[in-house]
Design a binder for this molecule. Structure first.
Ligand SMILES: [Zn+2]
Length: 332
């Protein structure tokens, strides 16, 4: 059984662990990212945690996989201008870890790594046409087509969160578009809309607003209805464009999916008419806290130890997944 060193870099936390090739986390240690201290300081902490993980598992790693927010170049390991990792631009995740450990290193955009984890051992296991969407502070996504991760030309990585959903909405995003998906359906969008409805603006987090909705607060319930609607419009675009077998929804906002998912599914049935929507299964990601590390390990496995000997991607046959919300509810 191969054991892979795994690194999951986030804006607030870095997780490092040892992961077996069947997706089990054998050892895990976390530390704050502290991006303001710079890339070199973070790499030193990562190296030290990797040595600790290797010592704990009693041997050498087969290799090391790293999941990191983009933009980054997965072929060179060089980080671009990442909003949550200010000042890390130009840092090289492959060369720095290769020099320390003398192992093969694989680096992947974190959304793509999560996509691999979902398709290989997560809720979308066995699906070769899968889109993984993370709805948290922002919206990120990864695309698996015909068993191959779709990275875009030169690894540019498609940004599905910035597809324009309602240009007349007036919600302007840092991407410069008005009414992109992230500006309308992310956790930040829920918080901003709710704040705008108050006579005296009060800033609440999306999680707090979901709790208010649970308690029957009228405006919070409207916020949930709006979330369901805009999430549905974005997903309808993905189904119409990609006709995927599976869409996996993860991220903090999806912990409250019972408050808005019915509206999302109704929206899908209303507007998604040109492809057989019933062929797409919508699943909610489970074991979210493990997705990053398992995804990082699978980034390495898919590059250096693919199951079918294909050196560039994994390839998995289609099969049913566990939570077929669309299929079980049926069309209106
Ligand atoms: Zn945007």
């Amino acid at each position: 059984m191969k054991i892979i060193g795994a690194v999951d870099i986030g804006g607030t936390k870095i997780a490092v662990g040892a992961v077996s090739e069947d997706g089990k986390i054998i050892f895990r240690v976390d530390c704050p990212t502290q991006p303001e201290l710079g890339f070199a300081a973070a790499i030193n902490r990562i190296k030290s945690m990797l040595h600790k993980a290797a010592a704990h598992t009693g041997g050498d790693f087969e290799g090391i996989g790293v999941a990191c927010p983009g933009p980054l170049d997965p072929s060179t390991g060089v980080i671009g201008v990442v909003g949550t990792l200010a000042g890390w631009e130009g840092g090289n995740l492959i060369s720095t870890l290769e020099a320390e450990f003398r192992l093969r290193i694989a680096v992947e955009n974190d959304a793509d790594a999560a996509t691999l984890a979902a398709a290989t051992c997560g809720v979308g296991k066995g699906s070769s046409h899968l889109i993984y969407v993370t709805v948290s502070t922002g919206i990120g996504a990864g695309i698996l087509l015909d068993g191959h991760l779709y990275r875009g030309f030169r690894g540019a990585h498609p940004e599905l969160g910035h597809q324009i959903i309602d240009a007349s909405s007036g919600s302007c995003c840092y991407c410069k578009a008005s009414g992109c998906w992230e500006s309308l359906a992310s956790g930040e969008a829920i918080a901003t809309w709710m704040q705008e409805q108050q006579p005296v603006p009060v800033r609440r987090t999306a999680a707090e607003i979901c709790l208010l909705a649970e308690q029957g607060d009228t405006i919070a319930l409207k916020a949930m209805d709006r979330e369901g609607y805009y999430l549905g419009l974005g997903l309808a675009n993905l189904i119409t464009v990609f006709a995927p077998r599976t869409i996996v929804l993860g991220g903090g906002v999806m912990k409250s999916s019972h408050l808005f998912l019915p509206r999302t599914l109704n929206t899908l049935r209303d507007v998604c008419t040109q492809v057989p929507v019933e062929n797409t299964t919508i699943s909610i990601a489970t074991s979210e806290s493990e997705t990053g590390l398992v995804g990082a390990a699978h980034a390495w496995l898919s590059k250096y130890a693919p199951p079918l000997g294909d050196a560039s991607s994994i390839s998995i046959p289609d099969q049913s997944v566990s939570l077929a919300i669309l299929n079980s509810s049926g069309p209106n």
